[in-house]
Design a protein around this ligand. Structure first.
Ligand code: OSB
Ligand code: MG
Length: 399
């Protein structure tokens, strides 16, 4: 056999990019899905037990890139819902990208600027662009995302678990015990007015050495400073988003009055908001949720900013399916992500997911970052069909 033959086979096996010269976006399939959560998830803005979301499949050059839109049934965390995201994706975002030639994934978000806001809808297309170009280049999503960093992606990342509001303090302590037993090394508790300081005190008292943090999801104002000061001696890892979801300034006023490190979630909807927060010292830590900032391209810019500024960073979650979770793990593998993420095992969310399940490494509270091509997961087509409420395929209309 000629040597060239073996070289060609080796290149094909490595998924070398020379085989695909152009990636015209040929078709996008959009699915509105609905899956029961294994247990209801209660926050200061409401309780969820059936989780709606959207997933999409972007087809080009014989490859498929997957993206998840984490907008859900109600506009509690974000103004977007699965229904508004369906509208924005089908009527504006998807038509604006069909037929385009995708070179690098960073181009995608640039194509979507004619639509203001709607970061969760945009993030689904951004994710699919990263997935499909990683596959094309013979890389995992994490490898492609980590290309600018000489150290490359981490192979496994530290994770914790986010525990929703429970009916009683006793029930909360029981869930904490259960999650610690499963191997989670960091506990986050949701709080809301009237369900805060006693809960936090009881948790700290029952579990003295456990890394513990609180997430208020914007339920308080500066009138509550004394309440947050009363938490100073609880040795909390951080207090997440106590004040308004659009606020940055009031957080900068709260921060010097409390000992607990202050983390922003809802307020950081873009690189610019991260820059503003850093400029006025509004937080000690940033929770980067790729969907909240319109995707992985923007999330990585925030990663770079936080890293340069010495701000500890971690990756937040939105009760993703395996499709979104795989991409969260890739983001968490970047070198500036230093704190455990809200990225739990599949079994914490869904009994029967639409993609390959993720498991917790109980010995060190980590999850392995997928290392297959792209997202490195299999989507279970039969399960996807079962949980789909509606689906639509989009191809470019000839003019
Ligand atoms: O504020 O971090 C949040 C879930 C839905 C909406 C908002 C939040 C959350 C979580 C759960 O805390 C994170 C996860 O495990 O996916
Ligand atoms: Mg949060």
């Amino acid at each position: 056999m000629p040597l060239a033959f073996f070289v060609a086979i080796a290149l094909v096996k490595a998924g070398a990019s020379y085989t695909i010269a152009s990636m015209k976006i040929e078709r996008i399939d959009l699915y509105h899905i609905s899956m029961p959560l294994v247990s209801p998830f209660g926050t200061s803005f409401g309780t969820q037990s059936q989780r709606d979301s959207l997933v999409l499949a972007l087809h080009s050059a014989g490859l498929t890139g997957w993206g998840e839109c984490v907008a859900t049934n109600d506009p509690g965390y974000s103004y977007e819902t699965a229904v508004t995201a369906w509208h924005i994706l089908s009527d504006f975002l998807i038509p604006s990208v069909l037929g385009r030639d995708l070179g690098e994934p960073e181009e995608m978000i640039g194509w979507l600027t004619a639509v203001r806001g709607h970061p969760l809808a945009k993030a689904a297309l951004d994710q699919a662009a990263w997935d499909i170009t990683s596959q094309r280049d013979g890389l995992s999503f994490a490898q492609k995302l980590a290309q600018p960093y000489p150290e490359g992606p981490k192979a496994r990342v530290n994770v914790g678990v986010s525990i929703g509001l429970q009916p009683t303090i006793a029930a909360t302590l029981q869930v904490i015990e259960e999650k610690l037993g499963e191997g989670y090394g960091r506990i986050k508790l949701k709080i809301k007015p009237g369900r805060d300081i006693e809960l936090a005190r009881a948790a700290r008292q029952a579990f003295p050495g456990v890394p513990l943090m609180l997430d208020a999801n914007s339920a308080y104002t500066l009138d509550d400073v004394a309440l947050f000061q009363a938490m100073d001696d609880l040795d909390l890892l951080m207090l997440e988003q106590p004040l308004g979801h659009e606020d940055i300034y009031d957080h900068s006023r709260l921060r010097p009055q409390i000992q607990t490190p202050l983390c922003l979630d809802e307020s950081i909807t873009s690189f610019d908001h991260a820059r503003f927060a850093q400029a006025i010292a509004a937080c000690d830590i940033i929770n980067i949720k790729p969907a909240r900032v319109s995707g992985w391209t923007e999330a990585r810019r925030i990663h770079d900013l936080g890293r340069a500024a010495g701000l500890p960073l971690w990756i937040g979650g939105m009760l993703e399916t395996g499709i979104g979770r795989a991409a969260q793990l890739a983001l968490a593998s970047l070198p500036g992500i230093t704190l455990p993420g809200d990225i739990s095992a599949t079994s914490r969310y869904y009994e029967h997911d639409i993609a390959t399940p993720f498991f917790l490494n109980a010995a060190d509270s980590t999850i392995d970052v997928p290392n297959g091509l792209g997202l490195g997961i299999e989507v279970d087509g039969a399960r996807l069909k079962e949980v789909t409420l509606r689906e639509k395929s989009f191809v470019k209309r000839e003019t």
